[in-house]
Design a protein around this ligand. Structure first.
Ligand SMILES: NC(=O)c1ccc[n+]([C@@H]2O[C@H](COP(=O)([O-])OP(=O)(O)OC[C@H]3O[C@@H](n4cnc5c(N)ncnc54)[C@H](O)[C@@H]3O)[C@@H](O)[C@H]2O)c1
Ligand SMILES: [Zn+2]
Length: 353
């Protein structure tokens, strides 16, 4: 088992493992608590038994709330339901919520934990590749409003994160690809070695070596989160590919394009802009496109990139004080925050469309 220590406002460990199962031992430190596990129907059906074994082995008192899968579940209505379940069981600040699922369950459970009784303990056990590579660390928790995604939230860290890649066995391929996009992103912004590894391996080898890739991607995120927990500076580098990616997701109504797929296309566009500015050659974009294609992620950014994309960017308050903050690369593993003046956006648009 590997451990990563995250040093932010409070310190916690990310435990990473592949074939072993140390959750029972890790949980043994939490005697005499009540646990409420939050999960979704898919995850519970496929992996529930594998999880509760560790609670049973410790003779722990636990219960579960299994939610409908999907982004709609990440809402204030679901928070209310969980608040009700917590109060019904008289759970206190020393009791523990367990987020067992993808990013939806993680963000939602973390937000409930951060607000119930002004903060109760919670544990992250991510089961999707996206959640294992990205959303389960960094402390961002929250829910959606009808007006938009992630509009309500806070920064709140778990007791620990437990990542076991065995949970990924039941994940479908599209979801797996989705998470790979964020791992590629981590390599491009901060870790040339990680990107080279991805470039070198075929799809089966990527799956076989997922633990090492996850470790490297989490190290990239750890460093940025430790430097800038509240996301006002260097942490923004994690948004590489997300400016256009978010716009593409919107254009596809969050249905026909998954987050990772949109981020992959957004990274291609960010590299095109870098080329226009002579930050780097087109070789990086060619390599990225080759790797997205190898994994099975879409590469046809022209399908989405149009006038509407720019309308969304301008409307989405991505413009701050007259500038659009874009993350661009100088090289593989070297990223910068570039402020593009509103006046120059017309020029960018002309070159891209
Ligand atoms: N907090 C952060 O820093 C952060 C970062 C990135 C994304 N997010 C959030 O994460 C969410 C997306 O996360 P996601 O992609 O994991 O989506 P998700 O939680 O909806 O999971 C995707 C699908 O995979 C299924 N699934 C998950 N694990 C499985 C398993 N082991 N076996 C079978 N099926 C499984 C789920 O039931 C779901 O249908 C979004 O709400 C996004 O805003 C948060
Ligand atoms: Zn993302």
């Amino acid at each position: 088992m590997t451990k990563i220590r995250i040093n932010t406002i409070n310190k916690y460990y990310v435990h990473l493992e592949k074939n072993s199962d140390n959750l029972t031992n890790i949980l043994a430190d939490y005697q005499n608590r009540k646990f409420l596990i939050i999960s979704d129907e898919n995850v519970w059906r496929e992996q529930g038994e594998n999880l509760i074994k560790s609670f049973k082995d410790n003779s722990f008192e636990y219960d579960k709330v299994v939610l409908k899968p999907g982004e709609e579940t990440k809402s204030l209505e679901t928070c209310n339901r969980i608040y009700y379940e917590l109060s019904k069981r008289n759970m206190t600040r020393s009791d523990i919520l367990v987020a067992f699922g993808g990013g939806v369950v993680g963000d939602l459970t973390g937000f409930v934990a951060s607000t119930y009784l002004r903060g109760i303990k919670f544990i992250q056990i991510p089961t999707s590749l996206l959640a294992q590579a990205d959303s389960s660390i960094g402390g961002k928790v929250g829910v959606n409003l009808p007006q938009g995604k992630n509009l309500v939230g806070s920064f709140y860290n778990p007791e620990f994160v437990y990542i076991n890649t065995a949970f990924l066995n039941s994940l479908d391929e599209k979801e797996w690809n989705n998470g790979m996009a964020e791992i590629i992103k981590a390599g491009l912004i901060k870790d040339k070695y990680l990107f080279e590894q991805i470039d070198k391996l075929n799809k089966n080898e990527l799956m076989e070596n997922i633990l090492e890739l996850l470790y490297l991607a989490l190290e990239v995120k750890r460093k940025l989160v430790e430097e800038d927990f509240r996301d006002t500076g260097s942490r923004m580098l994690l948004n590489f590919g997300h400016t256009f990616g978010h716009a593409f997701e919107k254009q596809a109504n969050f249905k026909n394009l998954r987050h990772g797929e949109a981020v992959g296309l957004g990274m291609i566009v960010a590299l095109l802009i870098g080329e226009q500015r002579n930050f780097h050659s087109k070789e990086i974009r060619e390599k990225l496109t080759k790797n997205l294609f190898k994994i099975g992620l879409p590469i046809n950014y022209k399908k989405y990139l149009n006038k509407e994309t720019f309308d969304i960017l301008l409307k989405d308050k991505k413009i701050i004080n007259g500038f659009l903050n874009m993350i661009l690369l100088k090289d593989i593993g070297n990223s910068v925050i570039e402020k593009i003046a509103l006046d120059d956006i017309g020029e960018v648009k002309k070159c891209l469309l």
